[in-house]
Write a protein of this length. Structure first.
Length: 127
C-alpha cells in the first residue's frame, strides 16, 4: 500500500485496488473512528453520492476502509467549498466540523467534487 498522508490524527494509505485505508491515531481516536463510520453509513442511507463509501472496518486496529474519492482539489476556492458543505448540511443533515477545501477532492471518474474526512462531523436530523 502507498502512503497518502501521515498526520497527527491519522495514517492514510491507498491499496492496489484504489481503496482508502485510514488508521486513526492521536487523541480521541476511538471516538473519531466510531463517528466517521456512523456518519458515512448515514450518508449512504440518505443517498449522498459525493462522499466515500464505507467498505470495512477493523475496530481492534482503528482501521477504516472506504472507496476512493479522487485526488485533492488544491485550487478549489473557499466559496465553492462553503457551497458544498452547505449542501451537505441542508440536503443530507451532516455538519462537517472541519469545513475547509483540504477536505474536498475531485473524482475524475464521476466528474464531481467529493467531501472527505468525517471523523469530526455532526449527524443532524434528516432534513
Amino acid at each position: 500500500m502507498r502512503n497518502l498522508k501521515d498526520g497527527i490524527r491519522s495514517l492514510v494509505k491507498i491499496d492496489f485496488y484504489g481503496n482508502v485505508h485510514k488508521y486513526f491515531k492521536g487523541t480521541d481516536r476511538e471516538e473519531r473512528f466510531t463517528n466517521e463510520i456512523r456518519i458515512l453509513k448515514a450518508l449512504e442511507e440518505r443517498g449522498c453520492a459525493n462522499v466515500p463509501q464505507f467498505i470495512d472496518a477493523h475496530e481492534e486496529e482503528l482501521h477504516l476502509v472506504t472507496s476512493n474519492c479522487g485526488s485533492p482539489a488544491p485550487n478549489l476556492s473557499q466559496k465553492k467549498a462553503d457551497m458544498l458543505f452547505q449542501e451537505l448540511e441542508q440536503t443530507y443533515g451532516v455538519r462537517h466540523d472541519d469545513p475547509f477545501p483540504r477536505n474536498i477532492t475531485y473524482d475524475e471518474k464521476t466528474g464531481q467534487f467529493c467531501i472527505i474526512d468525517f471523523e469530526l462531523a455532526t449527524l443532524l436530523e434528516r432534513p
